[in-house]
Design a protein around this ligand. Structure first.
Ligand code: AMP
Length: 123
């Protein structure tokens, strides 16, 4: 089982190619973080690997150790840059249909700046 193929025309692929602008928060060799275009909290930043990975499942299976390490460290760096380390934050990676994933390039949402509320909807 390899999961869905990567779509080179997804919106985050276009951001990575510089075809669509982003409000960059952090970047390194393997990872990019930028502000969500429709923020749902005072802090709402997206963290994505630069490689072509559809989901966390895909990334976990195929990503290099360096990419995986950079991604996790980038999440910590973004929390520091956005100054939510002390007060707290939530990270979410929507995956597939049941997870409500709209953009088929792995991304972690980092929310903060207010109490984020219930962990999941009840319906
Ligand atoms: P998901 O439902 O987890 O796939 O989330 C996709 C997220 O991408 C949503 O929160 C959108 O607001 C966000 N988004 C879509 N297009 C852009 C864009 N061009 N720049 C920044 N965020 C975007």
């Amino acid at each position: 089982m390899s999961g869905p193929a990567y779509d080179n025309n997804n919106i985050f692929a276009k951001v990575l190619r510089g075809e669509i602008p982003c409000n960059k928060v952090y970047e390194d060799e393997h990872t990019l973080a930028f502000e969500d275009i429709h923020p749902q909290a005072p802090v709402h930043t997206l963290v994505i690997p630069k490689g072509k990975y559809v989901s966390m499942r895909d990334f976990a299976a195929k990503g290099s150790d360096a990419e995986l390490a950079a991604f996790v460290r980038a999440i910590g760096k973004v929390a520091a840059i956005k100054e939510v380390e002390d007060q707290g934050f939530r990270i979410i990676a929507n995956t597939g249909v049941d997870g409500g994933q709209e953009v088929p390039h792995l991304h972690v949402h980092l929310f903060g700046g207010r109490r984020i509320g219930r962990m999941i909807a009840q319906n």
